[in-house]
Design a protein around this ligand. Sequence first.
Ligand code: CUA
Length: 334
Amino acid sequence: MSQGSLYLQDADQPFRFIPVQASTSAAHVDLLGTVLFGLSIVLTLVVAGLIAWFGIRYRAGSKVPRTGPITERKQTWAEAWFALGLLAVFMVFFVWGGQVMVELYRPPADAMTIDVVGKQWMWKLEHPDGAREINTLHVPTGRRIKLDITSQDVIHSFYIPAFRIKHDAVPGMHTVLWFEATEPGEYRMFCAEYCGTDHSRMRGRVVVMKPSDYADWLDANGHEIQPESMGRELFRTYGCSGCHMGKSSVHAPKLAGIYGRSVALADGTTVTVDEAYIRDAILQPNKQVAAGFAPIMPSFAGRISEGELQQIIAYIRALEPGDWATSGEGGDTP
Ligand code: CUA
């Protein structure tokens, strides 16, 4: 594919039998899987065929010889060959599978480490130079990337199908995976372990870039990711965008351009929207309800960290009155 044209590689074929291969290990995993699958089909057909054949041949009333039991000696040999043959077949898969597993779970020494933290319900990723992302991972091609995976709360599972890698994210534990991406493009990232209400929304994308594009991206985003851009991701991840964006059907105050304005409250007083008010509104939403709105927002106290709170506030503060005016939903703008 051409440089710079990033797209979700499998978006046009959502029901592929297997995802595209986009890492150096993918073909190894697929070959093993395909051979195992093929062997299973062959064995299934053999067993089913024998059942059918015996069923027909020895059906009631058929005139076929039913005498002549095999001798004990012959039987011993048959059993020995059967057991040894099966052992040999399974040993092949044991050794082969072991090799692939060791390959997947043992990162090369020269790999670049990216920290992965799972949290209800998002993936937080941190690059070696401190660049941080949420639900999006930018990586270069041709570079071995080690993932140091852990969880902040419950057990999640970090899964990138196109790279054929998946590993649990366990609180208090660091698990390791690695990959080397081969094809620039965008690939899906999932949580593959049921982890609560929004498990199915705990997903993101991996953006694989040519090394030069990745260097440009790091230059632009690497040194210090702006708190408001982190806040924008959190705004969506925590579901704020579902009610508080322009075209939402839920009756909730729209937040674009609200910062610094004064709003009327249900109790007849007014308040100026500043950091303290937004913080209160998130942690104690029923304390100062805006006039004309029902007190239906849930509290986020205990669900959101202090750092995240500040990032969301920074995002709301940076919003302009016209933001979201043209976007439907999803929180992709501004
Ligand atoms: Cu995290 Cu499912």
